[in-house]
Write a protein that binds this ligand. Sequence first.
Ligand code: PHE
Length: 463
Amino acid sequence: MAMTHGSVGAGRENWSGRLAFVFAATGSAVGLGNIWKFPYIAGDNGGGAFVLVYMGCIFLFGIPLMMSELLVGRRGAGGPSECFERLAVDSGASPHWHIAGDLGVIASFLILSFYSVVGGWSISYVIDALQNNFSGASSEQTEAIFNHLLADPARLLLWHSVFMLMVAGVVARGISHGIERVLSIIMPVMFLLLLGLVAYAFTLPAFGKTLAFLFQPDFSSLSSKGVLLALGQAFFSLSLGMSVMIAYGSHLPKNVSIGSAALTVSLLDTLCATLAGLAIFTIAFSNGLSPGAGPGLVFQTMPIAFGAIDGGYIIGLAFFLLLLFAAWSSAISLLEPIIERVETLTSFNRRGAAIISAGGAWLLGVLCALSFNVLADFKPLFDKNIFDLADFTASNVLLPVTGILVAAFGGWVLTDRATHDELALKTPVLQTLWRFSVRFICPLMVTVVLIESAAPGTISAIF
Ligand code: PHE
């Protein structure tokens, strides 16, 4: 296959420094998963016990795997597939390794298409919050607001299109003028919104109950299923397995330590997930609501609380802005690897590649949006509509497969010299630990994630 860029890294833009990279990668990692999934599965699976296992997963395989992706990106200095191909050839392995990058790019493409639809919902809810539409709403009313939105193709498509334009408009401008500039604003705002929500939650009576729910370790409620959930969540939450960290890593300046950057991003991601949990659960508990997970929690349960509390207008607005920013910064990171792939495959410049990539994901997103109404009964495979099919294929199959390939590549294909050079870890012990993790622990753990997510129940049935 033809790679159009000549010398390695020629003319590539870099992040202006460590902070810019940390903002971008944390923006990717902190997404809908942190807000609507982590708090619920933590509370439901033994609180502190789950958080401990989750942290274990982050250290055992999340951080090492993120380091591998960043390393492949920075050393390959190209689009994701190009990085694999170059480094494989340099290490005397098959150039077909580019397939690992391609699979990640396909995963990003699929996820971006439906992520944009959900991003569109959050724009619609920011507007609802602005118009004070949740004031005094009962659970039937908030359910009706959500169902009306889903049943209305025109509104869904409008917000999906606006969201995709917001994403493409940023990424088309490149690393420093686009992604870095916008994230340098939305990341601090996101942290402030999150802290503001937690500060508000702190004033509510249910804060103590939430602390116990999320953090008190109850090992008896932690089943093997909970451990598997922690594994899968750690992997998804760090945006691994979709070439995103490879693409972001390919713009990482040489003087930034990959190990410490991966550690920082992972800790910030976990911090944001727990803060989101503290805010959401306290607000829900204080209003006598029982929080679940997923779209129902953020789009149906939370609005009831916002409609009922004093200051709910501001709190609700802050919450949906937070959701929108979390989705936006994650979607930005999904578009980047796709653009880089299109650039190497075609002769388009960045702008052209952005139009093609975002346009393609937008088209598939249209089908995803219509899966809630016009195409609800169109279930081409496995009895799933297009939205669910895109989600399942990307999240449950492609992500883990790519994750296993990245780990194997870092652990078995790259030469010791290359990884040593690039990681430049402070002590040889750390280098040995990293290598052991990507050689054995990551492939094993991610294989477990793959089996469990492609055929739920298989592994938990064994234990
Ligand atoms: N890491 C994000 C989350 O926790 C999900 C995500 C997926 C982000 C794909 C970017 C790309 O929600």
